[in-house]
Design a protein around this ligand. Structure first.
Ligand code: SAM
Length: 306
């Protein structure tokens, strides 16, 4: 694979793993550290893909499957993979038009694009790639780079509803990174589906990294609302059962999640679900929820079957 420019996430995504990369990398399977080779890599909750891009830059990944249930995110990945130059042209135009404006005009431009993006959804063909995908991906990246806090958030109808960030000089079209990401994705299968769809690709030669939506630390916390499909405790249980099934298959499994003990020392939810596996608590910086209660250093869970 071409490694001239190191690929980085092309979107800022809730739960991005940049903060935890060193902790995760230190816990890679020994044989991967020694050989530098990952035969098959599967990431069933890929989000922004920080860990995948990091691994791509440092290791030789022979096969990879990146999965996420968010269809807007996967439209973005497909377009970056298949038509990076057309995307760069489209996004570059949005950038030029936006940066030429000042003050209120910028904010009006932002809300116009947001409106177009949400209306486009009504008749969008998510099944087969066409020219509209390029426009939609350019809107997605534009909104992600100019919205408040740079996150992707949808309401129950699936509409993007983040207000304008009104930053002075946002980088909207990072052409070099789009090309680098596109190269990194050339031999990667991108799948828009529930995490269980990863099953056919996993055997004893597979390394799987799970980064599911965090379990909210408090009842009011809204960490899991990055998409209209929320991830409940029943889903966490479904995932833990899947983890046990893949363990029996002999795959190497790494998983991260929030630590319920941060808010309630008696909460053993994950300790019980993953009993018998290697459960560690590591320090992480968190600043994702708007009321500030999740900021600062707290522990997160890293769970492995090796
Ligand atoms: C914590 S984020 C992943 C963060 C990512 N690892 C990163 O570094 O940016 C969790 C992701 O899981 C996805 N998701 C939620 N429910 C899912 C499901 N049932 N199956 C697959 N993906 C799901 C969300 O769309 C979201 O992108």
């Amino acid at each position: 694979m071409d490694k001239r420019i190191q690929a980085r996430p092309f979107l800022k995504w809730a739960g991005g793993k940049t903060q935890l990369l060193a902790e995760l990398t230190a816990r890679l399977p020994q044989q991967i550290k020694e050989s530098g080779v990952i035969k098959t890599y599967v990431e069933p909750f890929v989000g922004g893909g920080a860990f995948f891009f990091h691994l791509h830059n440092e290791y030789n990944i022979e096969n990879a499957y990146l999965i996420d249930i968010n269809r807007e995110l996967m439209v973005g990945y497909q377009v970056v993979k298949q038509t990076p130059e057309a995307l760069i042209t489209q996004l570059g135009q949005l950038e030029t038009d936006f940066l030429a404006l000042v003050g209120e005009e910028r904010s009006r431009f932002y809300y116009r694009i947001r409106e177009l993006y949400n209306r486009q959804m009504e008749q969008f063909d998510y099944q087969s790639f066409n020219q509209e995908w390029i426009v939609r991906a350019s809107f997605l990246i534009f909104l992600n780079k100019t919205c408040y806090n740079g996150l992707f958030r949808q309401n129950q109808k699936g509409e993007f509803n983040v207000p304008c960030g009104c930053y002075k000089n946002p980088t909207i079209c990072d052409a070099d990174n789009i090309r680098a990401v596109s190269r990194a994705l050339q031999r990667v299968s991108l799948i828009c589906a529930d995490f269980l769809s990863s099953s056919p690709y996993i055997d004893r030669h597979t390394f799987v990294y799970f980064d599911p939506p965090y379990r909210p630390l408090t009842r009011t916390a809204s960490f899991t609302s990055y998409s209209k499909d929320s991830f409940t405790d029943a889903d966490q249980i479904r995932l833990a059962e899947y983890f046990r099934e893949l363990n029996a298959r002999g795959a190497l499994l790494l998983l991260s999640n929030s630590d319920p003990k941060v808010s309630n020392p008696d909460d053993n939810f994950f300790d019980e679900l993953y009993q018998g596996f290697n459960i560690e608590r590591v320090l992480a910086k968190r600043n994702i929820n708007s009321d500030g209660s999740g900021r600062g250093e707290i522990t997160e869970l890293i769970i492995r079957n090796y």
